[in-house]
Design a protein around this ligand. Structure first.
Ligand SMILES: NC(=O)c1ccc[n+]([C@@H]2O[C@H](COP(=O)([O-])OP(=O)(O)OC[C@H]3O[C@@H](n4cnc5c(N)ncnc54)[C@H](O)[C@@H]3O)[C@@H](O)[C@H]2O)c1
Length: 456
C-alpha cells in the first residue's frame, strides 16, 4: 500500500466546523483526523458528521469538538498490509487511521482508495438493467414502492423489497409471485441493508419519512432515516459493486421560486424534508467511482391510486374530500406546483433503470412533465368541473409556502419520458373507486395519512 499524504487529512483540535468542511472538500477521502502536534489521534470527523451538523443548523464557526467522534476505530501499523485491508473491509468504515505504538497517526486506509484499486476502469458499456435482473426496492411497501414492485414483477424482473412496514404489510401482501421476496427491516441498520444486497443488480431507494409535517415529528429520526441511511446505503452498494442506484428526491428542493426551475437552478429548501433531500443528493453524487451509476430523480408531487393509498397528498385529499364532503377549501391558490401520477413515477424509474449508464450516471432528472404544472386554484377548478355538486372555496390564508413551476425538458430529451396519466385521470380514478366500487369510505383513517400513522 502506498503511504498516504497525511497533511491533507489532519486538522488541529482548535479548528472550526467550517475548517473541517474545507479540508474534507479538498482531500477526497470524506473525512479528517483531529490530532495534536505530535499527530496523536484525538478524534475523527466524517463528512456525514458535517452534513448532520448542517441539517441541525450548527454554527460553522463552532468548534469541531461539538461534532468530532472520540475513540474511533483504528488499525495498528504493525500488522501486514493484507490483514489491514481485511480489517478495514470488515469494519464497514469509509476512512480508518493507521496508528503507531504511541497512538499517533502514520497512515490511513480509505474506501475510495480500496475501490479505485478494484473497480474496473475504461469505457462504461453498461446498457441498463433489464428483466430478469434483480432489483432491490427499499421502501417497496409504500405508496410508490408497492406500485413499482408490482410493475417490475409483471415485467419479469426479480424484485426484493426491504421495508419497515410503518404503514402495514397489506400493500404487498398480494405479491406472491416466485420472483418476489420480502424482508422486514430498518434501512438505517447497515447489517440489515448488507444482508439483502446479495445478487442484486440495481437498488431503488424510496424508504423515508415522507412529507414536511411527518418529518417534523421527530427530527433526529428523520435525519437518521432521510439522510444518514441514504449515505450508508450508497456506501454499501459501492462496496458490493452494485452498479445501479436510483434515488427518489423531490422537486420540493426548489422550495419557493418565482422563475421556472430546472435541474441546474438554485435550491431553496423550506423544510427539513427538503434539506435532507439536498444533503442526500450531495452525498450520492460524491460517490463518483468509475462504474458506479447513481441517478437522482426529483419527483413532482404525486397523485393517484396505489396499493398503499395516501390521502395526505394534495390532489388525492382534495378529490376524496370533494367526493365525501362535497366541499373543498383551497388555501392561497396562486401557488404553482408540478404534479405526476404514481403510475408515471414508476415509468420514469423504469426508464432510468433501463437506460444505458452513460445517459444516467450521476445525473439529476426532474421527474414529471412540463404540461402538468398547476396552480392550486386550477386543481380546485378541475375538481369542481369533474365532480358534481362540489362547493370550491378559495381562502386567502396560505398554509403551504411551496411555490415552483418546474421544467421537465431534460428527462423528455434524454430518456424520452412524458406522462401518460394526467391529473384529470386521477380525479376520474378516485371518483370511480369511491362512487362505483364503494372504496375509500374510511379515508380519514390513519393508515392513509403519514403524520397520523407515525403519531400512533
Ligand atoms: N409521494 C410523493 O408525492 C413524493 C414526491 C416526491 C418524492 N417522493 C419520494 O418518494 C419516496 C417514496 O414516497 P412514498 O410516497 O411512496 O412514501 P411512503 O411513506 O408511502 O413510503 C415510504 C416507505 O418507506 C418505508 N420506510 C420508512 N422508513 C423506513 C426505514 N427506516 N426502514 C425501512 N423502511 C422504511 C415505509 O414503511 C414505507 O413503506 C420517498 O423518498 C419520497 O420522499 C414522494
Amino acid at each position: 500500500m502506498r503511504k498516504a499524504d497525511l497533511d491533507n487529512v489532519i486538522i488541529p483540535l482548535n479548528s472550526t466546523i467550517g475548517k473541517a468542511i474545507d479540508v474534507i472538500n479538498r482531500n477526497g477521502v470524506r473525512g479528517t483526523f483531529v490530532c495534536d502536534d505530535d499527530r496523536e489521534l484525538l478524534g475523527i470527523i466524517m463528512d456525514s458528521d458535517i452534513r448532520r451538523a448542517v441539517l441541525k443548523n450548527f454554527d460553522l464557526d463552532a468548534s469541531i469538538k461539538t461534532i468530532m467522534k472520540t475513540s474511533p476505530f483504528v488499525i495498528s501499523e504493525d500488522i501486514p498490509d493484507d490483514e489491514k485491508k481485511r480489517r478495514f473491509a470488515e469494519s464497514g468504515k469509509m476512512l480508518v487511521p493507521v496508528v503507531g505504538d504511541q497512538g499517533n497517526v502514520v497512515d490511513y486506509i480509505s474506501l475510495r482508495e480500496i475501490l479505485t484499486e478494484y473497480a474496473p476502469t475504461g469505457e462504461n458499456t453498461d446498457q441498463g438493467v433489464t428483466p430478469p435482473q434483480s432489483v432491490l426496492i427499499i421502501g417497496g411497501a409504500g405508496y410508490i414502492g408497492s406500485v413499482l414492485s408490482d410493475k417490475l414483477i409483471r415485467m419479469g424482473y426479480k424484485v426484493k423489497v426491504l421495508d419497515l412496514l410503518i404503514y402495514g404489510k397489506e400493500p404487498i401482501s398480494y405479491l406472491t409471485n416466485g420472483n418476489f421476496s420480502f424482508t422486514r427491516g430498518d434501512c438505517r441498520d447497515q447489517k440489515t441493508v448488507e444482508s439483502v444486497l446479495g445478487g442484486i443488480d440495481a437498488v431503488i431507494h424510496l424508504a423515508e419519512i415522507v412529507g414536511d409535517p411527518a418529518c417534523q415529528i421527530n427530527e433526529s429520526f428523520t435525519i437518521d432515516t432521510n439522510y444518514a441511511a441514504t449515505q450508508m446505503i450508497v456506501e454499501s452498494c459501492v462496496k458490493r459493486k452494485i452498479r445501479r442506484f436510483i434515488f427518489a428526491s423531490s422537486c420540493s428542493v426548489y422550495g419557493h421560486s418565482d422563475e421556472e426551475v430546472e435541474e441546474e437552478s438554485g435550491l431553496n429548501p423550506v423544510s427539513l424534508y427538503a434539506r435532507c433531500k439536498i444533503e442526500s443528493e450531495k452525498a450520492i453524487q460524491s460517490f463518483d467511482f468509475n462504474r458506479f451509476c447513481p441517478t437522482i430523480m426529483r419527483l413532482a408531487t404525486v397523485h393517484g391510486k396505489s396499493f398503499r393509498q395516501r390521502f395526505d397528498l394534495v390532489v388525492n385529499l382534495l378529490v376524496i374530500k370533494a367526493l365525501a364532503e362535497k366541499r373543498i377549501q383551497i388555501f392561497g391558490g396562486e401557488q404553482w406546483r408540478p404534479f405526476i401520477s404514481v403510475q408515471d413515477v414508476c415509468y420514469g424509474f423504469i426508464k432510468a433503470l433501463q437506460a444505458p449508464s452513460k445517459l444516467v450516471k450521476n445525473q439529476i432528472f426532474n421527474l414529471g412533465d412540463s404540461r402538468e404544472n398547476y396552480q392550486l386554484k386550477q386543481i380546485g377548478d378541475i375538481i369542481g368541473e369533474m365532480i358534481p355538486q362540489v362547493k370550491v372555496e378559495t381562502l386567502s390564508a396560505q398554509t403551504d409556502n411551496r411555490n415552483y413551476r418546474v421544467n421537465f425538458d431534460k428527462i423528455r430529451s434524454i430518456l424520452g419520458f412524458t406522462v401518460e396519466h394526467k391529473l384529470r385521470d386521477t380525479v376520474r380514478d378516485i371518483s370511480t373507486a369511491y362512487e362505483l366500487e364503494k372504496r375509500f369510505r374510511d379515508y380519514t383513517e390513519s393508515r392513509f395519512h403519514n403524520v397520523l400513522a407515525l403519531k400512533e
